[in-house]
Design a protein around this ligand. Structure first.
Ligand code: CO
Length: 424
C-alpha cells in the first residue's frame, strides 16, 4: 500500500545508528521537558535570578550557552581512513533562519586544516596573463569589495543515500551544506588587473594546504560571480573554511571553492583533462561517467522534525521547519506532504530570499498524534522540480556518490520519534 514505509538497508542502518547513538542521547538529554527541575520553576526563584552573573569579557570571544552543547559538527568515523581527509556535518537540525554560524559550518579537508599566517600569505596569478601578479592580503583589501550570501554544498551531500535510506539524521544525510555572508573581491577585478589573454578559457585555483588542492574552473564562471573572500558573517574566515582566503563559486559544488587560496593559473584547457582520472565525476550504471557537473540542483529537506529532532509534545500545534536551495538561483516555492505524497501543501518561505542561498520554510499544523510520512519538494525559479530518489536512480543508477538531490522522507511515529525511510 502506498504510504507504508519500506525500509531499505536495514542491517547497514543498524550499524550506522550506533555511530549516531551518542548524538541521539544528547538530543534527548537537552529536552527541557525531561530536564526540568521544579526547584527552578515559578513560584520558586532560581539561582540565576538571585546572584550576580559573570562580568563582561569573562569570555573575550563569546561561546554558546552550555545548554546548547549538542549543537556541534559531527563526523562519521568509519567513513574515511583519517580525519585529515574527511568530512564533518553541519547540525542543520538545530539551526534556524538561513545563516549558518561560523563555528558549525561543515568541513571537508583533503590534507587537514592549514594554519596560514596571513602576513606570509600571497595570492599569485600566473599563466595566460599579460603580467603575472602576486597579491598580499592587504593588496586584496584595496580592491572594491562586496557582501554576498551564498550556500555551499558538497557534491557528495546525501551521497551515502543513493542505495537507500541509511543515516538516521539530516545532519548526516543533508548536512554537507552551509550558508554564510561572504565579504570579498569579485574575481574578475583581480583577473582584470593581471590582464587575461584572449585565448584563456580555464583557471586552476590552488590551495596552500598540504594537498595543494586544485580544481579546473571555466573562466566564464570566474568572470560571472566568483569571489575571493576573506570574511564570513562579518569576521575573518575560520581556519577550517580557508583562512585567510578562499574562492567562492556560487551555486556550484563545494570542491571548487578552493580554501587557503594561494594561486590561480590561467590556461586554455581544463587541468583535469590532462589527468588520467577525472575528479568528482558521477559514475553511471552503464560504466560511463558524467563529468564537469558543477551546478547544485534544487534540493530541500525538513530539518525539524527529523531523526535527531523528534517531536517532543503529544499532539496539537506543530511546526515543520526546513531548508531549500538551488544552484540556479531562487527557490520559487516549497511543497510539503504529511502523508508520503498523497496530498501536497504549500510551505511558507520566511526571511531573506536570495539567489543561490538557503531559503527557510515552515509549515504549521495541528498534529493528531498519528504517524506521518514527511517530505518536502522544492521548485526553483527555472521551473526545475526536485526529483524523488527513484526518479534520480532511473536516470543515474546507484553507482554515483555525487549530486543526490532526491526528496527525503521522514517517518514520524506516534511517540514523536523520527526515522529515515524510503517509500514506494
Ligand atoms: Co559534479
Amino acid at each position: 500500500m502506498a504510504g507504508t514505509p519500506k525500509k531499505t538497508n536495514i542491517s547497514r542502518r543498524g550499524f550506522l545508528s550506533s555511530a549516531v547513538a551518542g548524538s541521539a542521547a544528547l538530543v534527548a538529554g537537552s529536552n527541557p521537558l525531561q530536564a526540568a527541575n521544579p526547584e527552578n520553576m515559578a513560584p520558586n526563584v532560581p539561582d540565576w535570578s538571585r546572584y550576580l552573573g559573570a562580568g563582561v569579557a569573562e569570555q573575550p570571544y563569546g561561546m554558546p550557552s552550555e545548554f546548547e552543547k549538542q549543537v556541534i559538527r559531527r563526523n562519521v568515523p568509519w567513513l574515511t581512513a583519517s580525519t585529515e581527509s574527511s568530512v564533518s556535518f553541519t547540525p542543520i537540525h538545530e539551526l534556524d533562519g538561513i545563516i549558518t554560524p561560523n563555528g558549525v559550518c561543515f568541513e571537508r579537508h583533503h590534507a587537514g586544516i592549514a594554519m596560514v599566517d596571513p602576513a606570509d600569505h600571497r595570492l599569485m596569478i600566473n599563466g595566460l596573463v599579460d603580467k603575472p601578479m602576486m597579491f598580499t592580503m592587504e593588496d586584496l583589501k584595496r580592491f572594491p569589495r562586496v557582501n554576498k550570501i551564498f550556500f555551499l554544498e558538497c557534491a557528495a551531500n546525501s551521497g551515502m543515500e543513493w542505495r537507500g535510506a541509511q543515516l538516521n539524521g539530516c545532519q548526516f544525510t543533508q548536512g554537507m551544506v552551509h550558508c554564510v555572508e561572504y565579504t570579498g573581491v569579485p574575481l574578475k577585478y583581480i583577473l582584470e588587473e593581471a590582464g587575461v589573454k584572449t585565448n584563456a578559457k580555464w583557471l586552476m585555483p590552488e590551495g596552500a594546504d598540504a594537498a595543494a588542492m586544485n580544481r579546473s574552473l571555466p573562466l566564464e564562471k570566474a568572470l560571472d560571480d566568483c569571489l575571493v573572500a576573506f570574511k564570513m558573517n562579518g569576521e575573518a574566515l575560520r581556519p577550517e573554511q580557508g583562512y585567510p582566503l578562499r574562492l567562492v563559486v556560487p551555486g556550484w559544488e563545494g570542491n571548487l571553492w578552493i580554501k587557503w587560496l594561494r594561486r590561480i593559473e590561467v590556461g586554455d584547457m581544463p587541468w583535469q583533462a590532462r589527468e588520467e582520472t577525472s575528479k568528482y565525476t558521477d559514475l553511471m550504471e552503464d560504466g560511463t561517467s558524467r563529468r564537469f557537473t558543477w551546478v547544485m540542483d534544487a534540493k530541500s529537506v525538513i530539518t525539524s522534525p527529523s531523526p535527531q529532532a523528534p517531536i517532543t509534545h503529544k499532539k496539537g500545534h506543530t511546526v515543520i521547519s526546513g531548508l531549500a536551495w538551488s544552484g540556479r538561483g531562487l527557490i520559487d516555492y516549497v511543497d510539503i506532504t504529511l502523508d508520503g505524497g498523497k496530498n501536497w501543501r504549500r510551505a511558507r518561505i520566511d526571511g531573506l530570499r536570495l539567489p543561490k542561498a538557503l531559503h527557510r520554510f515552515y509549515y504549521e499544523f495541528d498534529w493528531d498524534g498519528s504517524p506521518l510520512l514527511l517530505q518536502s519538494r522544492a521548485v526553483d525559479e527555472t521551473g526545475y522540480v526536485q526529483p524523488t530518489k527513484d526518479e534520480l536512480r532511473t536516470v543515474r543508477g546507484t553507482s554515483s556518490i555525487y549530486h543526490n538531490n532526491g526528496i527525503q522522507t521522514w517517518h514520524v511515529q506516534e511517540n514523536g520519534q523520527v526515522e529515515n525511510v524510503e517509500i514506494s
